[in-house]
Write a protein that binds this ligand. Sequence first.
Ligand code: SF4
Length: 347
Amino acid sequence: MASHGYFPTESELALNGAAQTALHERAAVATRIQFGNKVFVRAVVEVSNFCRKNCTYCGMRRDNRSLARYRAQAEQIAGLLIEHRPASVTDVNIQTGEDPAAVREVVLPLIKTLRRETSLGISVCLGTLSPELYAELQSAGASIFIMKFETGDAAQYEQLEAPGTLAERLRHVRLLAESKWNVSSGFIAGLPGQTPHDLLKNFELARSLPLSGCSVSPFIPGEDTPLAKSPTANPDWTFNCVSALRLMRPDWVIPAVSAFNLAAQDGYRRGLRAGANLVTINLTPTDVRGDYVIYKRDRFIMTEERVLNAISAEGLTPSKQGLADFYRGKPVNGVVTQKFSETAVQA
Ligand code: SF4
């Protein structure tokens, strides 16, 4: 594991005021040294909201009967991405609830079409699947797998009814990395009852994993979930975690997540200011995206305009180099995960 020497303290994660601004500025400098003023721009398409899991923090949990479930058509999404994606988009993230049927019926055909017709880098966020499905996704052309560990505390993981066990989730993260995927993980900051001391476990775990990136998502109490009445995450802790991740691993790609806007006024820009360097434009067709409810139906949708405005307001510019392309041939914790020829992208 590469060590960069920094590890946050409990009090840093709880900073506010001038000391917090100084922490965020340090992180922003570390980001600029590593990535210049470029921010990766990825689109997300949410192609199924069926889910066989029951995480208490998520509105798509299987016990939520109030949700209209959908699986998109691969052709519809492919057409949208091929013909109508914003010019700034270099990569796409294909996301579902944990729904292996959608992986076979929608995600795999979609990836094959995109690989044939576009040069988009392809990320997937599909939950824990079989090694066979991982291999099929990779040979179809996906190269980045997003698999969040959510909390570094195994007992809390179980209490939240997160997928499987924490140990199993981590086995999948390692398996994917060993199979030459670039893996991005992530955790939720501000879960009910969590303290800054508890948050440190996320950092210990994250730095022990073979990751290319990591996200921080503020806890947002989801409608129609067992945690609906719990308080929203403390935004200061959330953004401090972003800065601490950046300082711990300057080389990681850290996304600005749309939920930053639900945690704080101008949250997306605060996330960029705190060290995030990847933005996501939501291209899920408007007729279904109201049902992709991780938190609440009234989502804060990051449109192209909102994303590009936030980037330019922070003095940043969209990266012309895609994320998958950037990762190609780069070592992850000292190990090169992909060789260029193995993932050559067609024009
Ligand atoms: S977080 Fe993922 S696995 Fe858990 S219920 Fe939501 S969509 Fe399903």
